[in-house]
Design a protein. Structure first.
Lengths: 108, 451
């Protein structure tokens, strides 16, 4: 199924924050994780992910650090900050509201 | 050899040169690229493929890679980004169409010129003249078309054109006496010979390479198929013109016969050559598909013929017409087999069509063997004529070709050799056709005293 661009863009921030809440991660792994969690329904492009990551970093919701990968390469990891955790809670509530409303209308 | 490390390096160098990225950004993207490549390689792709796909996927980071691709034109992934309809390709295509128009006009005019000197189509003795020279009016221009397209050097130009000129001189200088057997034989074999020379122009510098020759064989098949389609279009157009002019009581027949047919035929040939050349490798080729449809059908026909021949006990007659019919059968089988072969990937394992091919060849060999023995047996009683020798020679050469293919096919099925050997043998066999057609066209008349 093709999820609309707008919906993908809107859900990007909560998804990234939620993934980083589990543990620190990096761009390539985040894309794979999203793909996996959505059972291949959400395919993110690199062109979309990195700008979002950099924006979140600017907004002080996440921070980055360099570490060695398994193959010994330098890799940029992202870690969620306390402000990010708060933001995630906020987003969660918002999506909860939307989700509940949608479910109710569809089940009536 | 594809150097992955160097390619990645040149990719990140380019990002750096763009100036929009910090070093950190670039390292991050490069790490991403490598992860992607590693995963694709792990999934079974070759390093170069993995690189191409990864770069393409990363391409939409601020459309950077797009910029990057445009500048580094030496690299192989440029094809993925640069619009195929770029200005150079456009220019070339426009030039080709221009050449097609010019050559069609030139060839058509060349055909009309002898008419000015009392050798028009309807004039006495002209039919032999046109039969002799028909291929010379058109084929040199096709050769020229490819020489221009391949940017041939002066030496290639002169060798190819010298061939045409020498052929033209010989064929027109040779005397000819009733019943004109040798002359007609020369006239029929010359186009085949000259077509192979066009082949040399088509393939270009590597005219001896197996791959180039295989492409030419493919090209010949596509030419035939498309040629029939285009000619049908030209004919329909002509008939339509006749019909509408008839409605206003004007007979367009004379004009059409004198100009439309001549120029239309020339144009059809050049348009076909242009089309086949322009669309090659972009779309799946058409001739192999036709061959795949008809080779099973033809196999059924031939097997039933063989069975009926055995049951009724009637052997094929020895008349020359029948000999020629069997030549045609072999040529047709060879064509079907070749086009199945030419559409095939060397690496792919034997499939149904390979077995069908072998069955087709073996049946053809069997039928021809029976026919040939009957013909040979009775030929000795009736003496030699040029026609019989030519028909017999053709039969033997086609037989040799098919027999060789059958032999190699069997060895291939037994895994004794690679498929590429089969192709090499077939492309090498083109030399035999070249020599034989040259012998019939130029030496037969001398041997048989021009009768």
């Amino acid at each position: 199924m093709n999820v609309s661009k707008d919906l993908i863009a809107a859900s990007a921030t909560p998804l990234i924050l939620a993934i980083l809440k589990e543990n620190d991660s990096y761009g390539y792994a985040i894309i794979k994780r999203v793909k996996e969690m959505s059972e291949n329904q959400l395919i993110w492009t690199e062109g979309m992910l990195y700008p979002v990551l950099h924006r979140l970093e600017e907004q002080q919701l996440i921070e980055s650090y360099w570490n060695k990968s398994e193959a010994g390469r330098q890799r940029k990891y992202y870690r969620i900050k306390d402000t990010g955790l708060n933001e995630l809670e906020l987003q969660k509530q918002q999506w909860e509201v939307v989700h509940t409303a949608l479910t109710r209308t569809w089940n009536q | 050899m594809f150097e992955l490390e160097i390619q990645i390096q040149s990719w990140s160098d380019h990002l750096r040169a763009r100036g929009n990225f910090t070093d950190a950004d670039i390292s991050e993207l490069e790490d991403h690229l490598r992860d992607e490549i590693e995963d694709l390689i792990a999934a079974g792709l070759a390093p170069d493929e993995s690189f191409l796909i990864s770069v393409k996927r990363l391409g939409n980071v601020d459309a950077v890679s797009h910029e990057f691709a445009k500048v580094n034109t030496e690299n192989l992934w440029k094809h993925l980004f640069i619009d195929p309809v770029d200005s150079i390709a456009k220019k070339e295509s426009r030039r080709d169409i221009f050449l097609v128009v010019i050559f069609a006009l030139l060839a058509g005019t060349l055909i009309k010129i002898p008419g000015l000197f009392g050798l028009g189509f309807d004039d006495l003795g002209a039919d032999h003249f046109y039969l002799r020279n028909m291929s010379l009016f058109i084929l040199p221009f096709i050769a020229a078309f490819f020489l221009i397209k391949r940017k041939a050097n002066r030496k290639t130009w002169s060798i190819i054109m010298a061939n045409f000129i020498i052929a033209a001189l010989i064929i027109n200088i040779y005397p000819s006496f009733s019943p004109y057997n040798t002359e007609i034989l020369s006239s029929l074999h010359l186009p085949l010979l000259l077509w192979l020379i066009v082949g040399a122009a088509y393939i270009g510098r590597k005219w001896q390479s197996s791959q180039g020759r295989m492409n030419f064989i493919r090209f010949t098949g596509e030419m035939l198929v498309y040629g029939v389609l285009v000619s049908a279009g030209v004919m329909v157009c002509g008939m339509f013109t006749m019909a509408i002019f008839k409605a206003i009581q004007v007979d367009a027949g004379k004009f059409l016969g004198e100009y439309y047919v001549v120029y239309g035929a020339c144009a059809a040939v050049f348009i076909t050559a242009y089309l086949v050349e322009a669309k090659k490798s972009v779309v799946e080729n058409f001739a192999p598909i036709l061959a795949k449809i008809f080779s099973p059908l033809f196999l059924v026909i031939m097997v039933s013929f063989l069975v009926v021949m055995i049951i009724t006990g009637k052997s094929p007659f020895m008349e020359r017409e029948f000999l020629i019919a069997f030549d045609l059968m072999l040529a047709l089988v060879l064509g079907l087999v070749l086009y199945v072969i030419s559409s095939r990937n060397d690496q792919q394992p034997p499939n149904l069509f390979d077995y069908l091919n072998l069955a087709l060849i073996l049946t053809a060999l069997l039928i021809d063997g029976v026919a040939l023995s009957a013909i040979l047996f009775r030929l000795s009683a009736f003496g030699i004529t040029p026609n019989k020798v030519a028909a017999l020679g053709e039969n033997l050469i086609l037989l040799g070709n098919l027999g060789g293919l059958a032999w190699l096919y069997i060895a291939y099925f037994k895994k004794k050799l690679d498929f590429i050997k089969l192709e090499k043998w077939q492309t090498g066999y083109l030399n035999v056709y070249f020599i034989w057609t040259a012998i019939v066209a130029f030496i037969f008349p001398i041997l048989f005293g021009f009768y």
